[in-house]
Design a binder for this molecule. Structure first.
Ligand code: AVJ
Length: 331
């Protein structure tokens, strides 16, 4: 993503489709062809990700669900400890399956808080605004639709309440460690001393276990990756032949980086319309498109990141297998 796509000028004059188009063109013109994993989540991508979370190999979801469903009271008391009313701000809430346990518990305990989900997806925000008050009667919800950093900044200006940030599901793992640190610093910049952040991250473990989570037997993750090519076909009128790309996940246990590629099965060209230009992208046989990073960490590395971002570690919550952690950071 170029700097320009982040500038106010660009946002004011370009629609989402134009930005998507430029990101795709930039990515596919690069020496190492790549696409941005944030674009996986169109309507079909959302559905495929739901199926990934239900697949036997994708342990991340069940591990964090276990933490939220069995350690609810411990989590709640940690968040309530500083006292006073607070804003519970969740980045990328999904359907709140996990955080719902915490919200339910806090409402029952008569905690004085407002739940602030932040998401770019209109359908997720609409779903939460209508469904959450039915699922959890008495909850105060005030959602923000938009990009994380932008909406975090907005949340900081709207209310002067103390804040608790939830960033679950190893979503931070989609960034490189450098980007993740910069993002953590950005979160910190919107917090006051004593505010908290609960960060869910996948841990380094048996490489076979990690790799299997990104290469499920049913091939859902394969479809999930190929779906982005289908999206480009539909939205940018491209002509990717899906059958000529193969899903190839890798995991390096030394660095903890789990990467997915789509590999061109033959020499081929793909074209699409970008603005007024006909864009032609040539693939060599065996050439990869780098699709996604899902970074894994050790507890030590997470502690160091917290410290470098200006937080201290207030606690680690693990699942019973020790595969996943929700780290509590104190500003
Ligand atoms: C939602 C970004 C945490 O990286 O594990 C699942 C997305 N990609 N299977 C992850 C994903 C392939 C997931 N995150």
């Amino acid at each position: 993503r170029t700097n320009q796509s982040n500038s106010t000028v660009a946002r004011g004059t370009e629609n989402n489709n134009t930005i998507f188009c430029r990101d795709v063109v930039d990515g596919l013109r690069a020496d190492m062809k790549h696409l941005q994993s944030k674009y996986f989540y169109d309507a079909m991508g959302d559905r495929l990700f739901q199926r990934i979370m239900n697949s036997p190999e994708y342990y991340l979801f069940n591990c964090e669900l276990e933490i939220f469903s069995t350690r609810t009271a411990d989590l709640a008391s940690l968040l309530l400890q500083p006292g006073g009313s607070f804003d519970l701000i969740e980045l990328g809430p999904g359907d709140c399956t996990k955080s719902g346990y915490l919200l339910q518990h806090l409402v029952k305990a008569n905690a004085d808080f407002t739940y602030v989900p932040i998401d770019i997806s209109t359908s997720i925000i609409q779903y939460l605004e209508t469904q959450l008050p039915q699922r959890i009667p008495g909850i105060k919800i005030s959602s923000l639709e938009g990009e994380y950093s932008e909406m975090l900044a907005k949340a900081a200006t709207i209310s002067r309440n103390r804040k608790v940030i939830l960033f679950l599901g190893s979503n931070l793992g989609n960034m490189t460690p450098e980007q993740a640190l910069a993002f953590s610093r950005n979160i910190r910049s919107h917090l006051q001393k004593g505010d908290l952040a609960l960060i869910g991250l996948d841990l380094k473990k048996d490489p076979n276990t990690v790799l299997a989570a990104y290469n499920d037997k049913e091939g859902i993750t394969r479809q999930f990756n190929l779906n982005l090519l289908k999206r480009i076909n539909r939205e940018l009128k491209a002509n990717f032949d899906i059958s000529k790309f193969e899903h190839y996940p890798t995991y390096d246990p030394a660095t903890g980086s789990c990467k997915s590629y789509l590999v061109s099965q033959e020499e081929q060209s793909v074209c699409f319309i970008a603005g007024n230009n006909l864009e032609v992208i040539n693939f060599k046989k065996g050439e990869p498109i780098y699709m996604e990073l899902s970074q894994k960490y050790t507890t030590d590395e997470i502690g160091r990141m917290a410290q470098q971002a200006g937080f201290s570690t207030a606690g680690f919550f693990y699942d019973s297998k020790g595969w996943f952690v929700d780290a509590c950071w104190k500003a």
